[in-house]
Design a protein around this ligand. Structure first.
Ligand code: COA
Length: 372
């Protein structure tokens, strides 16, 4: 069987998004569409947004591609939110797609490489695993913690993904297996890395008044934030904190009028296990150096104080670059409507999504709440 291309992935994801609208949504109601994609493999690099409009059955609707590397769909979601919030559009479609597998690994490395700093890091041969390994090494040294916390992020992700029929990996792993996996970039092993995934995801946004026409159980975005940072690691102030995440998080909490303790669960950008620990601290869920102990205590497991990535996260659900931000929003939509099946976070009313571009040059944070 031929592998499914980006068109088929987009068709399936947008069909699922429209099918999730309780009272049905006529395509004519959609006023605009935004697509997150890095355009990997070079498929339809120009005008890929027109492909979204075509495959979603929205011919003639204005559509635009938004590109922020791994945070492309997070940024597309933000563009969609602004279109609705401003009153310019009543209903908006936001989707993301990436097809990463049907190309030789050298070409894939090129596509991933162009999302990092191309003047220094790429010339030195640094991969994303290498970049995050530098952060991980610094974190473990600075805070005097062992690699077990990194392994536990992976164990928890694989356990959650085992209950997600859409996940890339659906088999649990043990901590011992994670710790003894082949090294990719020390201290990160194979099981500390997100895989190379194909996928698409989509969500429909509407003004609150319009949403009420289509459902009695809407999910409301109460706040969002975004920020950028210097591209190259050597230009940044810290290796153990992503300042784009810190700033995006503060903006989102402030706009929502909420604080970390109000969040029932989070979808965090765990492209490498260390990234989840940094995000827990950068978003105020844990103090500096405390995310390791928090993770080892089980607090981030389903049933813990702050479940993280109930869908399996980038680590085990998979990370089709440009689709990830939309898939996080879709998981939160399911969870807040108590429709997440075996991986349901009981009674969840409020959640946070965190999407990072590359090694942290951009980030978006969005807060969602169960509708009143
Ligand atoms: N986690 C768990 N298992 C993985 C895996 C991952 N991330 N990647 C591959 N595997 C498994 C495969 O399923 C396969 O298992 P099998 O032998 O039982 O079938 C085995 O490991 C070998 O797979 P292969 O595809 O040959 O691995 P690889 O060595 O080519 O790639 C990585 C492994 C870690 C290098 C690759 O997944 C990678 O580059 N990940 C990071 C992607 C990235 O940088 N994204 C952007 C983030 S900012």
């Amino acid at each position: 069987m031929l592998p499914e291309g980006p068109r088929a992935l987009l068709r399936a994801a947008t069909h699922q998004a429209f099918a999730s609208v309780d009272r049905g949504l006529e395509r004519g109601a959609v006023g605009e569409a935004f697509l997150g994609t890095l355009g990997m493999s070079g498929w339809q690099l120009g005008n890929s947004s027109a492909v979204l409009a075509e495959e979603a059955g929205l011919p003639g609707v204005p559509a635009a591609r938004v590109e922020n590397a791994c945070a492309s769909a997070g940024a597309a979601l933000r563009a969609g939110l602004r279109a609705v919030e401003s009153g310019a559009r009543d209903v908006v479609l936001v989707a993301g797609v990436e097809k990463m597998n049907d190309m030789p690994s050298a070409r894939r490395r090129y596509w991933l490489g162009v999302s990092g700093d191309t003047e220094w890091e790429r010339l030195a041969g640094l991969t994303f695993a290498g970049v995050y390994a530098l952060m991980a090494d610094r974190y473990l040294t600075e805070h005097g913690v062992g690699p077990e916390a990194l392994a536990e992020v992976a164990v928890k992700a694989h356990r959650n993904a085992a209950n997600n029929p859409n996940a890339h990996f659906q088999k649990p792993i043990t901590r011992e297996r994670a710790l003894s996996a082949p090294r990719v970039a020390d201290p990160l092993g194979l099981l500390d890395c997100c895989p190379v995934s194909d996928g698409a995801a989509a969500v429909v946004l509407a003004s609150e008044e319009t949403a009420r026409r289509y459902t009695d159980t809407p999910v409301v975005v109460t706040g969002d934030g975004a920020a950028s940072d210097r591209l190259a690691l050597q230009e940044r102030e810290s290796l153990t904190s992503l300042s784009a995440t810190v700033r995006a998080g503060r903006e989102a909490f402030q706009r929502a009028g909420r604080q970390p303790a109000d969040i029932a669960f989070a979808e965090l950008h765990d492209c490498f296990t260390i990234a989840e620990l940094l995000a827990l601290e950068d978003l105020g869920f844990a103090g500096a150096g405390e995310a390791a102990a928090m993770t080892l205590s089980g607090a981030t497991a389903i049933g813990g104080r702050l479940p993280v990535n109930p869908d399996g996260g980038l680590k085990a659900k998979g990370h089709p670059i440009g689709a990830t931000g939309a898939s996080q929003a879709y998981e939160i939509f399911l969870q807040l409507r108590a429709a997440a099946g075996a991986r349901q976070v009981a009674g969840a009313e409020r959640a946070l999504a965190h999407n990072v571009g590359g090694s942290g040059a951009s980030a978006t944070v969005t807060i969602f709440e169960r509708g009143p």
